[in-house]
Design a protein around this ligand. Structure first.
Ligand code: PRP
Length: 220
């Protein structure tokens, strides 16, 4: 195992991947681009995978932490959802939209409320969400005061349990909303996963990063 000093100093291109489905889809894209990722295993407990021959290192991290690793230069590149990037507003380049993980961020409420509700009359609402910054900005821009209930998952439970009538959350197939008696009121933004890049890395290793991104963009 390398020391953290070695990890920082060597020349491997370091890419932060979010655990789970997006990681698997990113590895598939890389394989299609002719980049060997067979040394990366999504089943064992290691969090760093290196292939000196390919000059690559992958770090497996929580999706919300990818922008942090890349902004601080612990990784040169990373894969992050637009939802996380907009929420965190970090200082990063976003050179390539990977087109994976497509979904949308919506405002939703119980179906029976929607029948009698008129969003154009909202002046003050309470909303449960994982995205307090995006939610606050969205409603303030419409002149609506918003009280945020910050949750970390299973947001669709909030209306069922009386925490809040409305939620802001991601929708892909719509199944989770439907199964919990909720319907969409409006879309806030379309989401996909994008490749982010550390600003200093782009200046110090421009050719390596450009070549990597070009190979990837050819298969998107
Ligand atoms: C996400 C999202 C919704 C669900 C939407 O949750 O927050 O709950 O997927 O998908 P659907 O429209 O296809 O049903 P995730 O599975 O990431 O878990 P979480 O509730 O813990 O955030």
């Amino acid at each position: 195992m390398k020391s953290s000093e070695n990890i920082k100093n060597d020349k491997l291109l370091t890419i932060a991947l979010p655990k789970g489905r997006i990681m698997k889809e990113t590895l598939k894209l890389l394989e299609r681009a002719g980049i060997d990722t067979s040394f990366v295993s999504s089943t064992d407990r290691r969090l760093i995978f290196e292939d000196p021959k390919e000059g690559l290192r992958f770090m497996i991290v929580r999706g919300q932490d990818v922008p942090t690793y890349v902004e601080y230069g612990a990784a040169d590149l990373g894969v992050a959802g637009k939802d996380v990037l907009v929420e965190q507003a970090r200082d990063l380049y976003e050179p390539l939209n990977l087109g994976i993980g497509a979904c949308r961020m919506v405002v939703a409420e119980p179906a029976e409320l929607k029948e009698v509700d008129n969003p154009s009359l909202w002046t003050h609402i309470r909303v449960a969400t994982k995205y307090p910054e995006i939610t606050t900005k969205h409603f303030l821009s419409k002149g609506i005061q918003v009280e945020i209930i910050k949750l970390y998952g299973s947001i669709e439970l909030a209306p069922l349990l009386g925490l809040s009538e409305r939620i802001v959350d991601l929708v892909e197939t719509g199944e989770t909303l439907k199964s919990n008696g909720l319907v969409e009121v409006e879309t806030i933004m379309e989401i996909t996963s994008v490749m982010v890049c550390n600003r200093a890395s782009l200046k110090t290793r421009p050719r390596r990063i450009k070549e990597f991104l070009e190979r990837l963009s050819a298969v998107i």
